[in-house]
Design a protein around this ligand. Structure first.
Ligand SMILES: C[S@@+](CC[C@H](N)C(=O)[O-])C[C@H]1O[C@@H](n2cnc3c(N)ncnc32)[C@H](O)[C@@H]1O
Length: 235
């Protein structure tokens, strides 16, 4: 009998690794909020996002810009993966940026920096690799394309552009993704509601026009969402 095809989707981090990273987000005082700790532990332990992105960036040495970095979990995951590239994360949620800075300092991530920035208005100058994970849906279609073009312009040979995003493909998973993102806004987990999920062909065309080679692969793991990992490179 033929062996079953290998599952290409990476697994989330093992629970003990997720807990170890999350401990950097524990409050400094007994009565402080443990919200970020529990969020980080649950997210790292259930979503294949970070192992998928770490695998995509393995072997690269160019500095990484993480657009919409949230708590900066990617910086911790890369460090745990043995990737010591220089990391800079930006997000428009000042509370998350403050928590990201504290946790990175606690974990000794010497080469990680964070800044508050509204990406609907501006992008920081950068050359190297660039990531945008679960953020694209917060922009309208024109801004999405402008952001993707700007990300393509940051790429150097040997560096990678990495995006995880839901795609507008009419699937049941796409509907669940949209509903959950709206719910996250209603419950206050997210500071913005989703505006638009990109179309795969439109993104591919954009990469081609910028002279990049791109690959698209599902990255939902055991979650019910319609998440895709997009990796683009300049030869
Ligand atoms: C689903 S979270 C993803 C966080 C992080 N990329 C990760 O995967 O761990 C989406 C992030 O996008 C950020 N965001 C939304 N709109 C933004 C904007 N206009 N400028 C910068 N960040 C934004 C939110 O604050 C939030 O941290």
């Amino acid at each position: 009998m033929a062996a079953p095809a290998a599952d290409a989707t990476p697994r989330p981090l093992p629970r003990r690794h997720a807990r170890y990273i999350a401990e950097a987000f524990l409050p400094g005082t007994l009565l402080g909020s443990r919200y970020h700790y529990y969020y980080a532990k649950a997210k790292l332990g259930s979503d294949p996002l970070y192992p998928g992105v770490c695998a995509a960036l393995r072997g690269t040495t160019a500095p990484l810009l993480d657009l919409g970095c949230g708590l900066g979990l990617l910086a911790h995951a890369l460090h745990a993966d043995g990737n010591r590239l220089r990391y800079f994360g930006v997000d428009n949620d000042a509370g998350k940026i403050a928590a990201a800075r504290r946790a990175a300092a606690r974990s000794g991530l010497a080469d990680a920096g964070f800044e508050t920035l509204d990406l609907s208005r501006q992008l920081p100058p950068h050359r190297g690799s660039v990531a945008m994970l679960d953020v694209l849906q917060f922009f309208d279609p024109e801004r999405q394309l402008a952001v993707v073009d700007a990300m393509a312009g940051m790429l150097e040979p040997g560096a990678k552009l990495v995006i995880r995003t839901g795609l507008d493909d009419g699937s049941r998973r796409a509907r669940i993704t949209r509903t959950t993102d709206h719910l996250a806004r209603l419950l206050g987990w997210m500071n913005a509601a989703p505006r638009h999920y990109p179309d795969a062909d439109a993104l591919r065309a954009r990469f081609e026009a910028a002279g990049l080679r791109s690959s698209f692969a599902p990255l939902s793991g055991n979650t019910p969402f319609n998440n895709w990992l997009i990796v683009a490179t300049r030869d």
